[in-house]
Design a protein around this ligand. Sequence first.
Ligand code: ZN
Length: 657
Amino acid sequence: MKSLWSDQDAARHPSPLALRAYTSRLLGADRTLVLHGGGNTSVKLRERNVLGDEDDVLFVKGSGWDLATIEAAGFTPLRLDYLVRLSKLARLSDPEMVNELQSQRLRASAPSPSVESILHAILPYRYVDHTHADAVLAITNTGDGRSRIEDLYGDDAVIVPYVMPGFDLAKLCAAEFPRQRNARTAGMILMGHGVFSFADSARESYERMIALVDRAERYLKRSKAWSLPRPRPRTAAALLRVDIARLRREISRHAGSAMILQTRQSAAALAFCRRDDVATLATQGPATPDHSIRTKRIAMIGRDVEAYAREYRRYFGRHAKSSAAEKIMLDPAPRVVLDAELGLCAAGRSAKDAAIALEIYEHTIDVILRSSALGGYRALSARDVFDVEYWDLEQAKLALAGRPPELAGEVALVTGAASGIGRACVSALLARGAAVVGLDLKDSVTQLEQRPDFHGVVCDVTSAAAVEDALEQAVRRFGGLDVLILNAGIFPAGTPLAEADLNAWRALMALNVDANVALLKLAHPLLQAAPAGGRVVVVGSKNVAAPGVGAAAYSASKAALTQLARVAALEWGKDAIRVNVVHPDAVFDTGLWTEQVLRARAASYGLSVDQYKTRNLLHAEISSRDVATLVCTLCGPAFSRTTGAQVPIDGGNDRVI
Ligand code: ZN
């Protein structure tokens, strides 16, 4: 491990707080040091308050900030003296501690301070850095971890046994630090948790961290416990989507709401899942307590969610420690599943949460493999493992999370996603909390949104093989399919029936009708496994009820599609799949309608463009967004008792009414 410090970059951060943010980002840049909001850093400064008095202030990382991207505003100023006095109390519950930390903020708008703030306060150095370095955990999380750490660091580090993060840990460190500290002390190793480094300059504190972790990496190399096995990738993976969707349905049922399930079938993940001793390795707790809220204490081996949940409840009942805490019922669904065929699967209430759990567990696998090579992975005692999961602080955070959005944890697929109504549907579904897979012929679909809950696939929906591949990708990425929006279609230039071109007719039917038959058929087993029931919304057209001159092929195709949807509603009601149709008209903010085309069309009716756009009973313009809002509403609770319906969205049309 090498220092990333650059004199040039550091010079651009002249203030002590800016420098604090700079070296924090250097730590955050290495994902083997900290992951997803993990780790924390601080700086102690003297500041003048409005009364003119000088205060000692601890600026500590606030929650919601990630070390990789933190800025000065991400550090919460706290009264240092008060925090040091708190550490001298005999006891303080975690909720009390959180209350004290919140009320000692010197800026009301600052984020909630780290729960490790008191620990930062008691270390008598200006800069303090804290990580959960994989390499150090690989050594501490072994049966003889303590003696290995003592051998490795000698007098250079204070060593603190495992205690759950919070007030008790701060108090233990406050006692151990002065007892063990000597002239060489450069850091502090918390067994089963991570590393602290400290110094009076930002650079030295950061470089001490790098040096401490580098020593751990060298130790692992010397002990032949560094290089990880690199299994050869498997060829031609089997189709997994229906199995994955069924597993997700079970996990969601036990979690009490729809969950995203991200899966990874990498050679490394599959090799770990197929180890003979995987059950032993994966049930000994998280590599560091910080990870447990994402991954849960114990991974599930195989697919028996029922058995996992039963065991979880049994354990919960035995160890529940206070009636107040008992009221916050933990859901008994796993967050990490290790399956010989499906690979590493991670569940979360959002795509982001699932992706975080997945990445954390990939690091956990590395830590476990290295600890195993050292002589055996052992994280925490059963009791400690449980306490971590039952952590008041974490439960309090979950309770604060608030009401989830309407489609949270659900997965939607939109065809024709790159533009017009399809694109508006993607935005509207994301805004309501769904993870979205967008299909389109255009390459731009992959760049439509840069976020963990969107996956764009270039796909010709008239190819059943391409659609099957897209569904496989969608399910491996998000776990299943709840909502299907059939939007892709073409609207050709007007052609009188007498001049009909049969080849053009067939090409239009292939896209507007046949492709949807194939997609509905392939999607059916996935929609059947949707935790809250599947939903299909078909984008029809006003032309179904009120066809237009010159639009024979288009009108007939949308009529066929509507009839198809009605039969699907009839056949799939027993599977709790709802199928409804929207019939838009005069949606002009799509790629089809350039200003030039609009002017020509308006002129042919003897109207201005504005008159032409609003020639409906309500004199309203209809946007793609309006259609997308209706589509989402049809998928939501307002229409939970409706299937087989056709809803116009045309501003009112006397030929339709
Ligand atoms: Zn920590």
